[in-house]
Design a protein around this ligand. Structure first.
Ligand code: GLN
Length: 420
């Protein structure tokens, strides 16, 4: 039940904005000379020859990396239980999952094993574990943070994001990793001279908060109560709230899983036991060796997704599934744009449920996918979001999610810091 897959230390520069700070890094982010497994037996012995851009930036900023954290295999999961290295227990809720897929990173911060941590968020994998472990997590706008050196799961959806105990600390880590990178052509000029940490001033006077009814309706009663208590606190500090509707989110989970699995089936084709990954041995028959490498190297959830993704992209089915999902994605984007034209930020519970018990969700993938209902729409829309602790229900942490306009990180950071 460990937090780290590899507990190796990499020292950063002597000075810089993060000097003296320890950072845990999710094990799908490449670290030169330090094993990077993606939580998979496929990459059990893989040692990258280069650093991800975010790792370079951490080192330059003076941070010390303290280890590579446990995660759902290739980021596919919501509980960190699909890891080939076993589950991680939630440090603040006995017998419960830490959330996923970046569960080890959130747990590292919650347990005090690291001051800060990096995760990746394809459909909620930073925000979900932040909510379940009672820490802060940020999913940046698509294109704010370089994905160079992040092992791809679904590249059109994912961003690397920071965890911290407070909004200000998470924002300070975002300052270090944000900004353009010539090695990732999807990065933009935004974030080059950011000062997100300074935005964490708690000033919500006059802030207009839209509450999407669809993202509250399906949540557990205790979660909803805690959520509204937190909104009351924001209103007491001068914010106003109003209901908004995001009709398209009804289709978001389906669209997300079609797109994520399709991209995954293509991205994971490189793990053939020759170029990358666990070897299937040598017997002269490429197909058999390829099949054996993947049979032995991938876990059940990864196999399920590669199969479904390959199917969704196959000739004759492409229009029926993939194209429909892209249409739904465009609709979700449009819905968010409209809601955000009448509000500064949108608020919802981060997760509709409190942390599940260990072992509870592995046997029911559909139930696990539905737990992502509030997080995946944000990735489909490429928008920034933060999860901040809202309080507890029955002694279990509840997270509040704030979504902002594209590159509106300062606004969500400012709003979230009022709850710190
Ligand atoms: N739970 C979602 C999935 O399994 C999100 C994972 C992620 O953000 N990496 O795809």
């Amino acid at each position: 039940m460990s937090i780290f897959i590899s507990e190796e230390t990499v020292e950063g520069a002597d000075d810089g904005p993060l000097a003296g700070t320890t950072v845990a890094v999710k094990d799908n982010i490449s670290t030169e000379g330090v094993r990077t497994t993606c939580g998979s037996a496929m990459l059990e012995d893989y040692v990258p020859p280069y650093d991800a851009t975010v790792v370079e930036r951490l080192k330059d900023a003076g941070a010390d990396i303290v280890g590579k954290t446990n995660m759902d295999e290739f980021g596919m999961g919501t509980t960190t239980e699909t890891s080939a290295f076993g589950a991680t227990e939630n440090p603040v809720a006995d017998g419960r999952v830490p959330g996923g897929s970046s569960g080890g990173s959130a747990a590292a911060v919650a347990a005090g094993e690291a001051d800060l941590a990096l995760g990746s968020d394809t459909g909620g994998s930073v925000r979900c574990p932040a909510a379940f472990c009672g820490v802060v997590g940020i999913k940046p706008t698509y294109g704010l943070v370089s994905r160079y050196g992040l092992v791809a799961y679904a590249n059109s959806l994912e961003q690397i994001g920071p965890f911290g105990s407070t909004v200000e600390e998470a924002a300070a880590l975002l300052d270090v990793i944000a900004g353009p990178d010539e090695r990732d052509a999807t990065t933009r000029k935004e974030g080059a001279d950011s000062d997100y940490a300074a935005a964490a001033d708690g000033d919500v006077d006059g802030l207009s908060i839209g509450v999407p009814t669809e993202l509250v309706e399906g949540a557990d009663e205790g979660v909803v109560e805690t959520f509204y208590d937190a909104l009351d606190q924001l209103e007491a500090q001068g914010a106003t709230t109003h209901e908004v509707s995001l009709e398209s989110v009804e289709y978001a989970v389906q669209a997300y899983y079609v797109i994520a699995m399709s991209e995954a089936s293509s991205n994971l084709a490189r793990f053939d036991g020759v170029r990358y990954g666990h070897s299937g041995g040598y017997d002269g028959n490429w197909n058999e060796v390829f099949g054996r490498a993947r049979e032995e190297g991938f876990g059940a959830e990864v196999k399920r997704r590669v199969l479904l993704g390959t199917y969704a992209l196959s000739a004759g089915y492409h229009d029926k599934y993939y194209k429909q999902a892209q249409d739904a994605r465009a609709w979700v984007k449009q819905d968010f744009d409209e809601a955000l034209s009448e509000a500064d930020v949108l608020a919802s519970p981060t997760m509709p449920v409190p942390p599940m018990e260990l072992g509870e969700s592995l046997s029911d993938p559909l139930k696990m996918y539905l737990a992502d209902a509030n997080t995946v729409p944000v990735n489909l829309a490429d928008l920034p979001a933060i999860s901040v602790p809202a309080g507890e229900t029955d002694g279990l942490p509840v997270g509040l999610q704030l979504v902002g306009p594209a590159f509106g990180e300062e606004t969500i950071i400012r709003a979230a810091s009022a709850l710190d």
